[in-house]
Design a protein around this ligand. Structure first.
Ligand SMILES: Nc1nc2c(c(=O)[nH]1)N[C@H]1C(S)=C(S)[C@@H](COP(=O)(O)OP(=O)(O)OC[C@H]3O[C@@H](n4cnc5c(=O)[nH]c(N)nc54)[C@H](O)[C@@H]3O)O[C@H]1N2
Ligand SMILES: Nc1nc2c(c(=O)[nH]1)N[C@H]1C(S)=C(S)[C@@H](COP(=O)(O)OP(=O)(O)OC[C@H]3O[C@@H](n4cnc5c(=O)[nH]c(N)nc54)[C@H](O)[C@@H]3O)O[C@H]1N2
Ligand SMILES: [Mo]
Length: 773
């Protein structure tokens, strides 16, 4: 019943281009998801998993962190096309066995794309490769753990790094950070460093919590909803129904993006009859086609216009009472926004004064505004000031702690927010470390560890001996692919706790282990205490349980908490002060520890068994209070800033196609954008194409420039596309080789994945990128 794994890899010459779509989802989406599921996993596994996704007692969709309703009824199938693809990918009945590894030398695997690697299937057996060997070979679990212990104990804790990808459940994450800290390091980089770190860096000092302040129900009350730097049709499809419902009851939904993404214009709800008949409901009422990096200027202009309107009619646009009672810094903000350089604003945003003024008018009138954002705002040098500017706008109009209002950073990985709550952070608070020390009798290190960017630097400088990766694909996800891959290959040991083969497995350290693990959909019942469940936190701070029911593809897979516990006892000794075995045996034991260490998790084991889980405390949302160092919400003043490309250059952003989950490709069809069977493309405005002297579909090499240095990535095809002028777009991770390691967001250190300066040259046919750092 299953489709065999593809033997052919992507052939970029097969590329087909059609017009971009104007609506998302619909019957086609359901068809695609079912087809994909049946082909990958077979009919029975697909139906069994699809019916349990996001249901009470079921498992949390591994697709994204958009919440499910905790008050209203859930639809019978709370999934979307891309969630279904994520599930099919994991529920795959194809397997990657020791025989498969024996047939595929590393030298061959290094030539494959992520599409080919990932579609081979689920890894069935622990595997090892040692220096000088050409193939991975099987290893027993106990020998694998002894190998890790030998390497870790032969070096010092600060030369060990423990990376986490955001699918990791709460309980696993808690144990994993405890392992790192018991060993003596805070080297706990995670995918969040490359994702929403800028959001945390902006929100913590201004509103006293690094998370969003809305719940799903707020979408039923908002008058205005902004969707900024986000492509929900592909990356958070279930969000479209909340937006379409809001629109239906008269809310204004404003999309701000350099690309006219399909989901903004229409949504064919696969859960409704009219949607399935292909009728599309409107989503956004307004679309501002902003230049990449122009958002700071735009939000400053909105602030200026709101203040101006309020000057004419005090109290009409600004919530003075809120400002006086719970905020600080308003006068300085007001002064900074008193004047506006319209020419500079129009230049930075690519928008006209009229367009900006019209949308500001919506804000001025609105009594309840939600501002949503994602990576379009987090991966630029000035991301943190941009997001602080959003907070200024929300503070200005008192949009906290009232129905229909607040900040909504839309997270990525399904548990990326929970991992941070559990202590996966290279800069832990003293409060957390003290609580851990008290609970476990350990002596946590106080020195901060590496984030993902610092880990890249450490690899480059040969300062990493052991790299352990809890999920994820660090080599491809980060910047500067070539330097990173070379550095990883010089590490003494890399350990990949994974479900499927990926690039990081084949650009491995001198010794490398692949430890296959259970996924979200898999049953975890090999415990004396009976079948176990785990928990996750969604984008809106709801903690709920997740439990897979599928029979694992192999008897050799271990659950992630079991892997962490066995790794910990191997490294720290059987007699270590922490009872790792008890935690791995019964996850209630982990949750009991968590309930005593982390505020908000009191009585965790009882509350996690409630039908909808429970909501973590959120002071701005719950009580209009701000737990900042000054006990108030903080206005901030940031200078005007935008991205500027010199003559002959454009600003390049990187984004996801409709057929990928980060570095995993489900297929090669970016359906909504009309790009099929190829990924090495640059979407470019037709006038830029002409001005730069190139033709549509022409093959080019791309050169990125940063502080006098150049990076080169070859053989991309230019595609004429309705993006904002002056800006181009390419897919992640193909373009990551172009991102200089020092191109990062200030304060958060998040790579500038959406802020490269590039130019194009005729394709020379020279293979491989060239570097001069
Ligand atoms: N199917 C699927 N779902 C996913 C993922 C996936 O890969 N596939 N990934 C998950 C993860 S980890 C994450 S973090 C999220 C990511 O979710 P998104 O943030 O939606 O992901 P991107 O594809 O990076 O899209 C960024 C959007 O920002 C826009 N943009 C780029 N630069 C700017 C700018 O300067 N200003 C503005 N206003 N907009 C800009 C781009 O045009 C694009 O529409 O999705 C999660 N969900
Ligand atoms: N240029 C550019 N680069 C980017 C971005 C961008 O927008 N542009 N986005 C950044 C963002 S937002 C993120 S979040 C990072 C993503 O970075 P990562 O989280 O490191 O990467 P993923 O591709 O999500 O990881 C996929 C791998 O996870 C493993 N996996 C899947 N499910 C499980 C599981 O249940 N358990 C375990 N143990 N392993 C599992 C599989 O082996 C799979 O190959 O990339 C970042 N990189
Ligand atoms: Mo992400």
């Amino acid at each position: 019943m299953h489709r065999p794994a593809p033997t052919e890899d992507i052939n970029e010459d097969d590329l087909k281009v059609t017009d971009p779509k104007r609506a998302a989802a619909g019957p086609k989406a359901v068809l695609v998801s079912m087809e994909r599921g049946f082909a990958e996993a077979g009919v029975s596994r697909t139906l069994r998993s699809m019916l349990r996704v996001n249901q009470h007692g079921g498992f949390d969709c591994p697709g994204c962190a958009w919440p499910e309703s905790i008050t209203g009824a859930r639809k019978p199938a709370e999934f979307c096309e891309n969630g279904a693809k994520a599930i099919a990918e994991e529920a795959s009945a194809r397997t990657v066995t020791p025989e498969w590894w024996a047939e595929h030398p590393i030298s061959v695997l290094r030539e494959k794309t992520e599409y080919w690697l990932g579609s081979q299937g689920r890894i069935t057996t622990p595997m090892i490769i040692r220096e000088g060997e050409t193939h991975y070979t099987p290893i027993s679990w106990s020998d694998a753990f002894s190998t890790i212990a030998e390497h870790v104990n032969a070096t010092t804790p600060e030369r060990c790094v423990f990376y986490t990808s955001g699918r990791t459940a709460n309980e696993t994450a808690f144990m994993y950070q405890l392992l790192a800290r018991s060993l003596g390091t805070n080297n706990l980089p995670d995918c969040s460093n490359m994702c929403h770190e800028s959001s945390g860096s902006a929100l913590n000092p201004t509103i006293g919590i690094g998370k969003g302040t809305v719940s799903l129900e707020d979408f039923e009350h908002a008058e205005v909803i902004f969707v900024v730097g986000q492509n929900p049709g592909t990356n958070h499809p279930r969000m479209l129904s909340a937006l379409a419902d809001a629109r239906k009851r008269g809310a204004r939904v404003v999309a701000i993006n350099p690309l006219p993404e399909a989901g903004f214009f229409g949504f064919k709800d696969p859960q409704s009859v009219s949607g399935m008949l292909g009728k599309s409901a409107p989503v956004s009422s307004d679309f501002l086609q902003i230049k990449v990096g122009g958002d700071l200027a735009l939000f400053q202009a909105f602030g200026h216009l709101i203040l101006e309107a309020d000057k004419l009619n005090p109290g009409s646009a600004v919530d003075h009472e809120f400002i006086a009672s719970v905020t600080d810094g308003f006068e300085a903000y007001k002064e900074a926004r008193a004047t506006l350089d319209w020419a500079a604003t129009e230049e930075a945003t690519g928008l006209t004064r009229e367009e900006i003024t019209e949308i500001a008018g919506l804000l001025i009138k609105s009594k309840a505004t939600i501002i949503c954002w994602a990576l379009g705002l987090t991966q630029q040098p000035h991301s943190v000031p941009t997001l602080k500017e959003i907070i200024n706008l929300l503070l200005l109009q008192g949009n906290f702690g009232k129905p229909g209002a607040g900040a909504c950073p839309v997270r990525g990985h399904s548990n990326v927010q929970g991992d941070r709550t559990m202590g996966i952070w290279e800069k832990p608070t003293e409060q957390l470390l003290k609580a851990l020390d008290q609970e476990f009798g350990i002596d946590s290190p106080r020195e901060h560890g590496y984030d993902s960017t610092e880990t890249l630097h450490a690899f480059e400088k040969d300062e990493v001996d052991v790299f352990v990766s809890m999920g994820g694909n660090f080599a491809l996800a980060n910047s500067e692919t070539e330097i990173l891959e070379a550095g990883m290959q010089r590490a003494k040991l890399t350990v990949h706790i994974s479900t499927k083969p990926n690039r990081s497995h084949v650009v491995h350290g001198m010794t490398s282990l692949i430890l296959p693990t259970l996924g979200r959909t898999d049953k975890d019942d090999k415990h004396q205490a009976g079948a176990q469940f785990l928990s996750v936190e969604d984008s809106m701070s709801v903690i709920h349980s997740t439990q897979g029911r599928l029979t694992p593809v192999s008897d050799h897979l271990l659950a992630e908490p079991v892997i962490v516990a066995r790794m910990a006892t191997a490294i720290l000794g059987e007699d270590h002060i922490v009872d790792w075995r008890a935690m791995a045996e019964d996850y209630d034991v982990i949750r009991d520890h968590i309930s005593r260490v982390l505020p908000g998790f009191e009585d965790f084991n009882r509350r996690i068994r409630q039908k909808n889980g429970f909501v973590l405390p959120n002071p701005p949302r719950d009580s209009r209070s701000f737990a900042t160092d000054i006990g108030k919400g903080r206005f901030t003043v940031s200078p005007f800033e935008a991205l500027h490309a010199p003559d002959g250059h454009l600003i390049l952003q990187t984004m996801r196609s409709h057929d990928q989950y980060n570095t995993t490709f489900y297929g090669v069809d970016d359906r909504y954008r009309g790009i099929k069977d190829g990924r090495r493309v640059i979407l470019i405005h037709p006038e830029d194409l002409r001005e730069l002297g190139f033709e549509d579909r022409e093959l080019v090499d791309v050169i990125s420039t940063f502080q006098g240095t150049e990076r080169r990535a070859n053989r991309f095809r230019l595609i004429s596309y309705p993006t904002a002028k002056g800006c181009a777009a390419a897919y992640f991770p193909e373009a990551n080789a172009l991102v200089h390691r020092d191109l990062v967001a200030r304060e958060s250190n998040t790579p500038g994945f959406k802020a490269m300066t590039v130019r194009f040259v005729e394709h020379t046919g020279q293979p491989g990128p060239t570097l001069n750092s």
